[in-house]
Design a protein around this ligand. Structure first.
Ligand SMILES: *Cc1c(COP(=O)(O)O)cnc(C)c1O
Length: 417
């Protein structure tokens, strides 16, 4: 396998794109090798510019639950293209996708479409502040909510302090309005509500954390958040950008039976097109302009091509519930196989999984494991903190190949470690 063409492209890219990429993780910085430039993808496979073929577990970082270039999805988008690409006016597809979302996600009565998960989170926070008339928000360490200023915040020092910026360019004053706590830490949550409950506008979390490996929530943690937010008049925001339509059709809130006030969606919702959305109870959503005082707008929001992609994916998922049992099945096989492969060569691997979302951490060098997997044709995210995404296009054979490759990669990485 060679990456000659990718190497040339990466050189060109670095001249005109910061880091050669449009989103930092793609640069393979922690791996220290050229990232393959992807030319096309189909089903569970991605292909790079040198013609190498990989079994894909990145899935565009979550959206591709049906696999790449799904015939039904492409057809919907093609139909939309023939009618023009953008009007900036109301269209029937916006109504259709909103109805699909309202039917799918238990707590959503109304929804506003935007263009990314980041934009949806940023807007949801503004809405929560507008609705409650409070400024302070609480987030959890290790949960990622996109790159808006108020969410690029990490824990400050001290037990009950507000956060500090996680990036240059974020004013300290923004970070001051964001408190942080440990994911699954019921004690910290109780303490914060005790002292600051009446000042909090919102608590935001990934109901299943998918950006620090995969961390499943304790049900007690979710129930505590649900109870305390009601008690103190704080809005509970579920960031279901990864979990929505992934852990079940109705997302993590359906899976765990929790009722958030606002839900943020993205990724799968666009079927690979740039889409985000935020929705919730009618009374809250009516606060958004033009009906209410919370301003939020978008030239390309509800774009017909993006809506077409999302509508196609949602309808397929809604009408084929067996997809979720198939994903669970393959997820279980992959989990058991990876565990067994690691055990056999004496690597200690910790795997956590919910359905088709799988996180793995290991006590051998990840970099070695990653590169060896890539060279065996397995395309993983270049970080231990990113999840593996299985699609309905993966087959038992793909899973088998992957486990086989992992056994080799673990053995080799063990040797290096
Ligand atoms: C990816 C992600 C986002 C940000 O979405 P973008 O479309 O990349 O802006 C927000 N929240 C979670 C949980 C995510 O995984």
């Amino acid at each position: 396998m060679n990456l000659n063409r990718s190497e040339e492209l990466f050189k060109d890219a670095q001249r005109v794109l910061p880091g050669g990429v449009n989103s930092p993780v793609r640069a393979y910085g922690s791996i220290g090798m050229i990232p393959p430039f992807i030319s096309r993808a189909s089903g569970a496979r991605v292909y790079d510019e040198d013609g190498n073929e990989y079994i894909d577990y990145v899935g565009s970082w979550g959206p591709m639950i049906l696999g790449h270039s799904h015939g039904g999805v492409l057809e919907e988008i093609r139909n939309a293209i023939d009618g023009g690409t953008s009007f900036g006016a109301p269209t029937r597809r916006e109504v259709e996708i909103a109805e699909l979302i309202v039917d799918a996600v238990p707590s959503i009565e109304m929804v506003r479409m935007v263009n990314s998960g980041t934009e949806a989170v940023m807007s949801a926070i503004r809405l929560a502040r507008g609705y409650t008339g409070r400024d302070l928000i609480l987030k959890f360490d290790g949960c990622y909510h996109g790159h808006s200023d108020g969410l690029l915040v990490k824990a400050g020092s001290g037990a009950l302090t507000t956060g500090v910026p996680n990036s240059a360019g974020v004013p300290g004053d923004y970070a001051k309005n964001t408190m942080t706590a440990g994911f699954n830490s019921v004690d910290q949550v109780k303490r914060i509500f005790n002292e600051k409950g009446n000042e909090l506008a919102a608590v935001i979390l990934e109901p299943v954390a998918g950006n620090m490996g995969v961390v499943l929530p304790d049900i007690e943690f979710l129930k505590t958040l649900e109870r305390l937010t009601v008690k103190y008049g704080v809005l509970l925001i579920f960031d279901e950008v990864i979990t929505g339509f992934r852990v079940s059709y109705g997302g993590a809130q359906e899976y765990y039976g929790i009722n958030p006030d606002i839900t943020v969606l993205g990724k799968i919702l666009g079927g690979g097109m740039p889409v985000g959305a935020y929705g919730g109870k009618k009374e809250i959503m009516e606060m958004i302009s033009p009906n209410g005082p919370v301003y939020q707008a978008g030239t390309l929001s509800g774009n017909p091509l993006a809506m077409a992609g999302g509508i196609a994916v949602l309808k397929i998922l809604r009408d084929n519930p067996l997809i979720y049992s198939k994903l669970e099945d393959m997820g279980a096989k992959l989990e058991a196989g990876l565990k067994d492969a690691a055990d056999k060569v004496g690597v200690c691997a910790k795997i956590s999984r919910i359905g088709s979302l799988l996180g793995i951490s290991m006590d051998c060098p990840f970099k070695g494991y990653f590169i060896d997997m890539l060279f065996q044709g397995i395309y993983l995210a270049p970080s231990q903190y990113e999840a593996m995404f299985i699609s309905s296009a993966h087959t038992d054979e793909d899973i088998g190949h992957t486990i086989e490759a992992a056994r080799n990669a673990f053995a080799k990485a063990r040797g290096e470690g």
